[in-house]
Ligand binder design. Structure first.
Ligand code: ADP
Ligand code: MG
Length: 369
């Protein structure tokens, strides 16, 4: 069951069609980024998904319930139960302290509990500012308080409308780290942003234009180097007859290992079983090609250009493994006489250019299983 399911939803304000027959499913636990120029309907979409408003037509399902025909009162009740909001302008109550803002959110939901509220502020690093009014806090601090407020009633869904729009880079990072924590804890996240770097944190991005979804992308090309990093580590582990498990993998960059593996599984490159990983044919092929490019580059630089510095060799090979085309790779392989091993003695997976190329590749793959 999807966390949010918009079916053919339109929202019309007078002569303005803010959303135009949008259909969108957000799976439970998914992190979706909503992008698009100003006025394209992002806030309208989030407000409808968040039961802050009702559609002009179409239906809105949240957590399996059709809320399109709810009264304002029913919407408010449902919202308090299921959804946490984070806004660009923070929307803290200005005459209440940070702590009181949290207590108020608890009160709307069920019961105010000061110990819990303090613990929530503690988790966002704001315990020592609990008695400050929003006006006495910086933008970053206010946003941290509003994240504590959004999470306090443990909602399944977090909706964030330009959460970093008013923050400097350092605070932006702190806020994204908190959102990432919420995502890892299993929350469904819908986040509006016009910043592509921020959007990369999400599992999936949609683009709005004039109230319509014009583009959906799942993991941009920018994520490829991180996937490659995982693939080459898996390949090396297997070569060393070590188990392919999560705790043996290291990843650097914006994607967490969990998200990267999930995305790679979604692409059909690997299968995950508890923390055991199996490379599937497509992942196998990509990993093999990658290792081949890397090791051929190493050999080229050490043998032909006599580059002996290990660090430099590794750095060059890492760069080349991403940029060599299949044709260039075949040429280097042929130039080097279809070598079987890299300068460190590790086997170079054969390619189509190699004598008995594909056959040899298939055999070496079977042997390595
Ligand atoms: P975004 O968040 O992408 O900037 P919005 O969803 O806020 O866009 O707005 C989409 C369109 O709907 C805009 O043309 C905006 O002017 C209009 N709009 C949004 N809310 C209202 C409203 N309450 N009354 C009238 N027009 C509105
Ligand atoms: Mg907006």
């Amino acid at each position: 069951m999807p966390a949010i399911d918009l079916q053919d939803v339109s929202k019309i304000y007078g002569s303005v069609t803010a959303l135009d027959q949008v259909s969108l499913r957000v799976e439970a636990g998914e992190w979706l980024a909503v992008m698009g120029p100003s006025g394209s309907g992002k806030t309208t979409l989030v407000n409808l998904a968040g039961c802050l408003d009702i559609p002009s037509s179409g239906s809105v399902w949240v957590d399996g319930v059709d809320v399109s025909s709810f009264s304002r009162r029913e919407l408010a009740r449902f919202r308090a139960e299921k959804i946490g909001f984070i806004f660009q302008q923070f929307h803290l109550v200005p005459y209440l302290t940070a702590l009181e803002n949290i207590l108020l959110a608890q009160y709307f939901h069920s019961l105010a509990d000061e110990t819990e509220a303090m613990a929530a502020l503690e988790r966002v690093g704001m315990a020592d500012r609990a008695r400050h009014l929003p006006g006495q806090l910086s933008g970053g601090e206010q946003q941290r308080v509003s994240i504590a407020r959004a999470l306090i009633n443990d909602p399944a869904i977090i909706l964030a409308d330009e959460p970093t729009g008013n923050l400097d880079e350092r605070n932006e990072e702190a806020v994204m780290e908190l959102l990432r924590g919420a995502h890892l804890a299993g929350k469904t996240l819908v986040m509006v942003t016009h910043d592509p770097t921020i959007a990369r944190y999400a599992d999936r991005r949609i683009q709005l234009h004039h109230g319509r979804i014009t583009d959906i992308s799942i993991f941009s090309e920018a994520d490829e180097p991180q996937f490659d990093e995982v693939l080459s580590q898996l390949w090396t582990l297997r070569e060393n007859h070590e188990p392919l498990s999560n705790d043996r993998l290291r990843i650097t960059g914006p994607l967490t290992l969990g998200r990267a593996l999930a995305a790679m599984a979604a692409r059909g490159w690997l299968r995950q079983d508890q923390d055991r990983i199996t490379l599937l044919a497509e992942g196998e092929k990509r990993a093999g090609d990658l290792i081949r490019r890397h090791r051929l580059a190493e050999l080229l630089f050490s043998r032909t250009f006599e580059l002996r510095n290990e660090t430099e060799l590794e750095a060059q090979a890492c760069r080349f493994e991403h940029s060599l085309s299949p044709e260039a790779t075949a040429r280097i392989c042929t130039f080097l006489g279809h070598p079987r091993a890299c300068p460190h003695g590790s086997p170079i997976p054969p390619g189509e250019c190699c004598p008995n190329g594909l056959g040899a590749a298939a055999v070496s793959r079977r042997e390595s299983r």
